[in-house]
Design a protein. Structure first.
Length: 696
């Protein structure tokens, strides 16, 4: 885009220069001096015989110009005292002084000068654009030379060339910027610990955020304080190697003084580790005075530096203060490095330097060294596929036909895949792989990206991977997998929500009532095993996006439950369930929550061979023949039918002190009855009193 804009500006400049030149030519033409003949001699009246009388030009026009009137006079004759401009103000004036040779000469010189400047300045196609700018500027100078002179023309041409060069010059640079995101760490030391004590409450979190050496003393008491623990500590941590890979060992490095500050690592069966072997070692940090473990922050690097901060990398890629530290490496052999970068001249011997600092900033001045070598011989080991970003056997959602995958190889390679187990050369699909030695990721492996296609639902889809190492080597020097890496993808079916609740209104005896959302899923992947989510707002609106859903507390199976404590009202909950393959099912459930805080009411009492009591809701009733001061459970239980009709024997002149409670345990206050009934023989009197044939 910059170059296109530059070309447009160049064309405008060239056209503008021609226009300026043309206008200047018109001005020059208009300034041309016109000289007329002197006044004529007195007219000779004696005309020779045989000659016609010639009349003077009454308009005093210039002969033979054709300007201002007739043609007058003999066009072949011209008065030597008269200067005639045959093209005043015309286009011929500007081109009168133009020499094609001057244009070509100055254009060539300009192209050479500015082309050289562009080449020396660098940039994208600097020489070509510089030559173009100089050529145009030189041509402009050649065009103007005849009109304004050589010196001014060169100045104008140089200005045009410079403007074009500056407008078209473009230099692109590339820099690699590495971003590392690490946890925030409190400052080293504890100089600000006492600041926490100025607050009304100094928590452990507040205290430790002020410094690595800040700690709470007397916790939970009135004398709880944040203090700098051991401010006089000047002892640096000591490093002790404790573990390396299986079939490998470490010994003190006697070439280091003192020997305790370094080790050598080697395989048990040979001198050097294999190229791209995932070497792993673990060391601990201890206080140098007491020998007790001390949390420390450790760094590692290939170069020996003077201090801790100058070191290149954090051990294991994190900046935490820990007791145990583990570093993983995967290094190429000398043959690989020398083939890619011959100037490195790597011999396969490596030494890593480690420093650790404690909470007070004390670090080991003598860096701890870890030495080992990588086999120098030619690489004869095929590449190893060590992992994938999505595990084999993972399901995908129903109707998905392709699947993006990253494959991780232990060394730079070219990889392919096929739906059948074939030789590498016969596999149809190529992966896009990191093929440079320095393109490993933070897991010390080389990624290959691909898209698996042809997925089928409701079955296991098999894919076969193979790789060939050393992309830079000759075909005969490369190693290829003989055995395929088998990778499977499970095609699934739709996920279904087959049951959802609650199915009825919810009643309770308190202001806030527990309600259980219950969902059952089936099909999909693994017989409906899924994660379920819910959404609800006070207006019962649908969620605006997937992120609005909340995860069930009891889920990750095919039966899901979530308790909600709700007040009285109408509710609608939206449910979403998703299985491991990404299949999603949606549903909703509506219910009402009602609060019942009233004891059951007795709406009818009568005799039908026995005493019958009817309540306005499902209830449990009991009675006493003495008073109302009893619990329903401890009273004489009444028989019930559908929990609303309650019966007991009819005994004349006996008092029935009846108490009833509902399923929410709502019942009359203590020493209070739901009803008191007393059967009587005085039927008429009873009917007058109650209308039921008994008194109460």
């Amino acid at each position: 885009m910059i170059k296109l804009n530059g070309m447009f500006i160049i064309l405008n400049l060239v056209v503008s220069m021609f226009a300026v030149s043309f206008l200047m030519g018109m001005v020059i033409g208009q300034d041309t001096e016109i000289v007329t003949a002197p006044d004529p001699e007195p007219e000779d009246t004696n005309v020779p015989p045989g000659r016609d009388e010639v009349s003077p030009d009454p308009s005093n026009k210039i002969p033979s110009t054709g300007i201002g009137g007739g043609t007058g006079g003999d066009p072949t004759k011209h008065d030597p005292n008269v200067h005639v401009d045959t093209d005043p103000g015309g286009t011929n004036t500007i081109f009168h002084g133009i020499g094609i040779q001057a244009v070509i000469q100055k254009g060539t010189i300009g192209a050479g000068i500015f082309g050289t400047i562009g080449a020396l300045a660098g940039g994208d196609d600097g020489a070509q654009w510089g030559a173009l700018a100089g050529g145009v500027g030189g041509a402009v100078a050649g065009l103007l030379e005849g009109a304004i002179g050589q010196g001014p023309a060169i100045v104008v041409g140089f200005g045009v060339a410079t403007a074009i060069f500056l407008l078209t010059y473009f230099k692109k640079t590339e820099e690699v910027v590495e971003f590392i995101c690490l946890p925030w760490q409190a400052p080293i030391g504890g100089g600000d610990c006492q600041v926490c004590n100025e607050f009304e409450h100094c928590s452990e979190y507040m205290c430790k955020s002020l410094g690595q050496a800040c700690e709470i003393i007397n916790p939970g008491t009135e004398d709880q304080k944040c203090v700098w623990v051991n401010p006089n500590d000047v002892n640096s941590p000591i490093i002790k190697m404790v573990e390396v890979n299986e079939d490998h060992s470490f010994i003190p490095d006697t070439s280091i003084r003192p020997p305790a500050t370094g080790v050598k690592i080697k395989p048990d069966s040979r001198e050097c580790v294999k190229a791209f072997f995932p070497l792993e070692f673990t060391f601990v940090t201890r206080d140098s005075a007491s020998g007790v473990g001390e949390p420390s922050q450790c760094k590692i690097g290939y170069n020996l530096t003077r201090g801790f901060e100058e070191m290149e990398f954090f051990v294991a890629g994190d900046n935490l203060f820990k007791y145990n530290h583990t570093e993983k490496l995967s290094l190429p052999g000398p043959a690989h490095l020398n083939a890619v970068n011959p100037e490195l001249k790597n011999d396969g011997d490596y030494t890593l330097f480690i420093r650790c600092q404690d909470a007070n900033g004390n670090f080991n001045q003598d860096a701890y060294s870890v030495s080992f070598c990588v086999e120098k011989g030619p690489d004869t080991t095929p590449p190893l596929i060590v992992d994938t970003n999505v595990p084999s056997g993972n399901p995908v959602k129903f109707n998905q036909t392709s699947f993006d995958l990253e494959v991780y190889v232990n060394e730079p390679s070219e990889c392919k895949w096929s739906r059948e187990d074939r030789e590498y050369e016969d596999m149809e699909h190529e992966m896009e792989c990191a093929s440079d030695l320095f393109e490993m990721n933070n897991q010390q492996v080389y990624p290959c990206e691909t898209t698996l296609t042809g997925l089928e639902d409701r079955k296991e889809n098999k894919y076969y991977f193979k790789c060939k190492d050393q992309p830079w080597a000759q075909p005969g020097d490369r190693n290829v997998n003989k055995q395929s890496y088998l990778y499977t993808v499970i095609g699934t079916q739709p996920l279904n929500i087959v049951d959802i609740g609650p199915k009825e209104d919810i009643f309770g005896a308190t202001d806030t009532i527990p309600v259980f959302l219950e969902v059952t899923t089936d099909n999909g992947h693994d017989n409906g095993e899924a994660l379920c989510y819910y959404y609800h707002d006070e207006d019962n609106n649908e969620p605006s996006g997937e992120e609005d859903y909340l995860l069930f507390l009891d889920t990750k199976s095919n039966v899901h439950s979530q308790r909600q404590d709700l007040v009285e009202g109408d509710y609608k909950y939206f449910i979403k369930c998703v299985d491991l393959g990404g299949n999603a099912a949606y549903d909703s459930v509506e219910f009402k929550v009602e609060t019942d805080r009233e004891a059951p009411l007795i709406v009818r009492v009568y005799r039908e061979s026995e005493l019958k009591i009817i309540t306005n809701e499902n209830a449990e009733c009991g009675y006493s023949n003495s008073d109302c001061n009893f619990e329903v459970e401890t009273g004489i239980e009444m028989d019930t039918l559908d929990f609303q009709i309650h019966t007991t024997e009819w005994i004349l002149n006996r008092n029935y002190y009846v108490r009833c409670k509902d399923k929410h345990n709502n019942q009359p206050n203590p020493n209070t009855c739901s009803i008191i009934v007393r059967p009587s023989l005085n039927t008429e009197a009873v009917e007058e009193v109650s209308g039921f044939g008994f008194s109460f």
